[in-house]
Design a protein around this ligand. Structure first.
Ligand code: ZN
Length: 577
């Protein structure tokens, strides 16, 4: 069915609540595991219908924000869903306490039950006022940054409009842009400090009210981290410091040489080639067409997936007036249909939609055939493994998108991924320290950041134009640290999530596939496919094992990945330099 033909009907929440009450009653009365599972399937059906209709409204609102009908529908779900979700929690509690739990677990899987336990610990009516205050503080921060009006040659630009100048081929332009942005942050430094201090204290108060020692512990629950904890993450970061940072530093050094610079300053880090970053050669329509050809050739499964997406008009990727900005991938359960929304703008980001977002969508399509709804509750390191690995599985087709600069693209893709790992780990360690010591002053926090920069990015040197960053303030421009530390920003439908160390863990998995596909592409693909099919049926660490991947938490793994990846990288150097 085509997306435009999918019928929309507003969910009547009174009726839905009644249906859920009747499911709750039937569940309590069911006398055998089979009967309870039968009732549980009624719950799947109800939830599938609600999610499908609410998502239809949301997509249709985002593809034309001037359509008053879907705007009102979207508001309707935002208002009605919280009360319905409360009733859903009641049902989940019953499921958790079922006398047939063992039998049910065999069908639904262990993670589903663990997740109910974690969710029960991390929410309570008692913290709602604090959460409201937290939201208001976050909004204030976002407004502060969104309000940037930087005078650039007589035009007033916001921060994201400054990005092309911050990464410009001409160093003088980069320098000027850096100075302007620095002046903006210096002008709001006190407000940034004050807001963050309030956020740390607010989040700590939430944690204490819920019986946790620190906000970090609460964060782990809210992220559904059901198979690894603080200790594992700490050991992972230690491996990164010891075995990955030296590798990442080589990437920076290569970049410095390639750019012909004596010193690679912070303002130079975003530029991978003296002539600028590779851009796709085709029109937006051609990019999508190349994507189709690529997935046709990659495997029978990806061909089937892409045909399904094209036949259903499930891509809305061309920029148009009145479309929302940005991009997302979502899912319509009743049609087993992923949906991809984007705004192609002629940069490499367009190709990311066809590789990264399609990785998410492909997994959604594959696992959509699984009748157990809980198996789609994927934790973030798993979801990003799907998408980041697809970025590498599609490497052999990059000439179709970047023409003669395909080699440059592959090299910068690998370098960017390698150098992200120390940065992402640094953000994670910073947040652990901050929430372990909520009493720290703003100056102390900045000192911690400076210390971490020395460990994770030893080469880092700020030009004098960036005094705000040089004094340990860089993290204050990282939205996650203010807006979403260890938190799933969950909208009314339970999607749209943000995260940090999860990206780093996923990237190390994607690298394992990159190494594997270099040796045996088909075997790596087979494992990837099985990993996608497994979805969230088992715990992350167990699924890695089943897929033949090493757990990044095991000692020595990071060193091995770095060594093998370096070989691949060096090969690229000779191929493309
Ligand atoms: Zn992603």
């Amino acid at each position: 069915m085509k997306f435009s033909e999918m019928p929309y009907e507003r969910i009547d929440f009174d009726a839905a609540k009644e249906e859920l009450s009747s499911i709750i009653k039937a569940f309590q009365e069911a006398g055998t595991p089979q009967e309870q599972m039968e009732v549980h399937r009624r719950y799947y059906k109800l939830m599938g219908r609600i999610k499908t209709q609410a998502t239809l409204a949301e997509i249709r609102h985002s593809i034309d924000t001037t359509d008053p009908f879907y705007e009102e529908e979207k508001t309707y779900y935002d208002q009605e869903m919280p009360a319905f979700s409360n009733q859903e929690v009641q049902y989940k509690k019953l499921l958790f306490a079922s006398p047939y739990r063992k039998e049910l677990e065999l069908v639904i899987g262990g993670p589903a039950f663990k997740n109910i336990e974690l969710a029960a610990k991390s929410v309570s009516e008692a913290v709602i006022p604090l959460m409201q205050e937290e939201n208001a503080l976050v909004t204030e921060y976002e407004k502060l940054l969104a309000g940037a009006k930087i005078d650039w040659k007589g035009k007033l630009l916001n921060l994201s409009m400054m990005t092309p100048y911050l990464n410009h081929e001409d160093r003088e332009i980069r320098k000027k842009a850096a100075a302007k942005v620095n002046a903006f942050y210096e002008g709001i430094a006190d407000q940034l400090d004050e807001l963050y201090d309030k956020l740390v204290k607010n989040r700590t108060a939430q944690a204490k009210k819920l019986g946790f020692e620190t906000y970090t512990d609460l964060g782990y629950c809210r992220m559904n981290r059901n198979s690894y904890g603080r200790k594992e993450v700490e050991q992972f970061r230690d491996q990164i410091k010891k075995d990955w940072v030296p590798f990442a530093e080589k990437m920076w050094e290569n970049r410095r040489k390639r750019l012909g610079l004596d010193t690679l300053y912070h303002m130079d880090e975003g530029l991978s080639f003296p002539e600028g970053s590779p851009k796709p050669t085709g029109t937006p329509e051609e990019i999508l067409k190349s994507g189709q050809k690529m997935y046709e050739e990659l495997s029978p499964e990806t061909r089937e997936f892409f045909d399904f997406m094209m036949e259903g008009d499930l891509f809305d990727v061309f920029a148009r007036p009145y479309k929302q900005v940005g991009g997302y991938m979502t899912y319509l359960p009743d049609y087993h249909a992923p949906f991809i929304f984007a705004n192609f703008n002629g940069t490499a980001g367009d190709v990311d939609v066809v590789t990264h977002e399609c990785g998410h969508a492909f997994q959604g399509y594959i696992s959509g055939k699984d009748p157990v709804m809980e198996h789609s509750d994927i934790t973030m390191e798993t979801a990003e493994t799907h998408s980041m690995s697809m970025e590498f599985f599609t490497n052999p087709w990059m000439e179709q998108f970047f023409g003669s600069r395909a080699g440059d693209f592959l090299k910068s893709q690998l370098e960017d991924a390698v150098v992200f790992i120390p940065y992402g780990s640094m953000v994670d360690e910073f947040q652990h320290i901050v929430y372990d010591h909520p009493e720290m002053t703003s100056a102390e926090r900045k000192d911690i950041w400076k210390k971490l920069e020395k460990q994770y990015k030893p080469h880092l040197t700020y030009e004098e134009e960036s005094s705000f960053y040089a004094e340990g303030g860089f993290w204050q421009r990282q939205h996650h640290i203010y807006s979403l530390p260890f938190t799933n920003l969950t909208n009314a439908f339970g999607w749209k999530k943000q995260y940090y160390i999860d990206y780093v863990i996923a990237q190390t998995n994607a690298f394992q596939y990159k190494i594997w596909m270099q040796k045996d592409y088909r075997a790596a693909w087979k494992s990837y496919l099985a990993f996608c099919e497994a979805s969230a049926s088992d715990f992350f660490t167990c699924m890695l094992k089943d897929a033949g991947l090493d757990s990044p938490f095991e000692p020595g793994i990071i060193r091995r990945i770095a060594a093998e990846l370096e070989e691949i990288y060096n090969q690229m150097e000779t191929d493309y330099l």
